[in-house]
Ligand binder design. Structure first.
Ligand code: SF4
Length: 445
């Protein structure tokens, strides 16, 4: 059994978890559908595709411009070639300031194993996004890009929070959020360092953009003395005006809202006469395989703005959830991005985890051709792993089936040898039995 099959089977063995993922991803998909009908979303998608294609095409120059503008504003920029480099830099900055960190939602920091790296140094990291906080208390990983605790019911959350509270708390949303708010408040006020992700980095102005609904991102970036923002290098966009297109695309696709409760635009650390903001702003620009992917036929995947819409639309994701994909990114975006960022690490099978229904293509706000990318990755894998005999067999098969008379002859011959159980003896041959287990070439009688 492959790694994905094993993890998917484990996810499906928990009916409550399965039902929660299905119900909440369908609900998010419905919210998105209703939201995009209220605007000319196709025109927005065209504009978004253009902006993000430009961002990927001009990425090196845009990153230079973004860095220069940030440094002019007093920020410290670190370019990290690898996840380990990024995590080490953050750990070094944190180590200079204390042992407590508050953290906003950041898939890039999940990607580099930042919490584990900081914990190894004895740093106490608290996730402050409610969904991230829930999965942290549960000792799990985020199940969804923007709804990390999508698999948890209210009762699951109550059972996780009560030992922390040391008292019974209800399972109404207000009870649960009241507890989380009170629990986190002290940490917001005390921690010397806040870490966040970055939704967009604007090259023209050196602006770090954060999009969120809970205010925790603004607290993590504005209250502590030091703010560290971890940004995947593909998040750079050319102009401030591009946000007028990208914010509605991201927000309507992600949550179905017109605009999130908080959109923070950070232009550097606190200046002398300002009352708020950190004394130090560090921006870590993470490569971790992105520059390499940019040079491949799969570069369009770097257009991704991490809205999660493809996850909500995907019938496979709706069944198995995010952790079945074996790394931080689940669903169609994970099935494409993970094997590209981590080749040869057991994730190459993920493009098979798709029905190829192309529902992901239909919803992607920046028109990433996920369906084509999945097929391309499957083709690459098959080409790399096929032996000479297999390649010859498929070439002959392709040759035969591209001629109608040979196609008819071969299927008639196959039907002639179907046995009483509806299986051709040829399908029982050891070499193709596994392949045939889930495929029926000639139809059952
Ligand atoms: S691939 Fe498209 S739909 Fe999926 S998360 Fe990225 S931007 Fe959203």
């Amino acid at each position: 059994m492959s790694g994905f099959s094993r993890r998917a089977a484990a996810a499906l063995a928990d009916p409550v978890r399965h039902e929660n993922v299905r119900r909440f991803s369908e609900r998010a998909h419905d919210h998105r559908s209703a939201s995009v009908e209220r605007v000319d979303f196709e025109a927005l998608r065209d504009a978004g595709e253009r902006i993000r294609s430009q961002s990927v095409a001009e990425m090196p120059a845009l990153i230079d411009e973004f860095q220069a503008n940030l440094e002019r504003a007093g920020a410290i920029v670190h370019r990290a070639a690898t996840g380990a480099d990024a995590a080490a830099y953050v750990a070094e900055v944190v180590g200079r300031h204390g042992r407590e960190v508050i953290k906003g939602k950041s898939m890039a920091s999940e990607e580099i194993g930042l919490n584990e790296r900081l914990a190894a140094d004895g740093v106490d990291v608290v996730e402050t996004d409610l969904g991230e906080f829930i999965v942290q208390v549960a000792g799990e990983r985020p199940e969804h890009i923007i709804i990390p605790a999508i698999h948890k019911s209210r009762d699951d959350v109550r059972r996780l929070f009560e030992p922390l509270a040391g008292r019974p708390i209800g399972d109404e949303p207000a009870d649960l959020t009241d507890f989380a708010r009170a629990h986190l408040r002290e940490r917001f006020l005390r921690a010397p360092v806040g870490i966040t992700g970055v939704n967009f980095g604007v090259a023209e102005t050196g602006t770090v953009v954060l999009v969120e609904n809970e205010g925790n991102g603004r607290m993590c970036s504005g209250v502590p003395r030091v703010h560290i923002a971890v940004m995947g290098m593909e998040r750079v966009v050319p102009r401030l005006a591009d946000l007028a297109t990208l914010l509605p695309l991201l927000i309507r696709s992600g949550t179905g809202q017109k605009i999130t409760s908080y959109v923070s635009m950070i232009g550097g650390p606190r200046r002398g006469d300002e009352g708020d903001g950190p004394d130090e702003l560090h921006v870590v620009i993470l490569d971790n395989g992105r520059a390499r992917v940019r040079e491949t036929p799969y570069a369009s995947v770097l257009r991704c703005i991490r809205c999660g819409a493809c996850q909500n639309a995907c019938p496979v994701y709706r069944h198995v959830g995010g952790t079945a994909y074996g790394w931080v990114y689940g669903g169609p975006i994970g099935a494409v991005l993970s094997p590209l960022l981590r080749p040869g690490e057991g994730l190459d099978e993920l493009p098979q985890a798709s029905s190829l229904c192309a529902a992901c293509d239909d919803v992607c706000p920046v028109r990433i051709p996920l369906h084509d990318l999945l097929i391309g990755l499957r083709r690459d894998r098959a080409t790399a792993s096929a032996g000479a005999m297999e390649r010859l067999a498929f070439r002959l098969w392709s040759l035969a089936w591209s001629r109608p008379w040979l196609y008819r002859l071969s299927t008639r011959a196959a039907r002639a040898v179907v046995n009483t159980r509806g299986l051709t003896p040829v399908m029982q041959l050891p070499v193709i039995r596994r392949w045939a287990r889930t495929r029926d070439l000639v139809g059952k009688r």
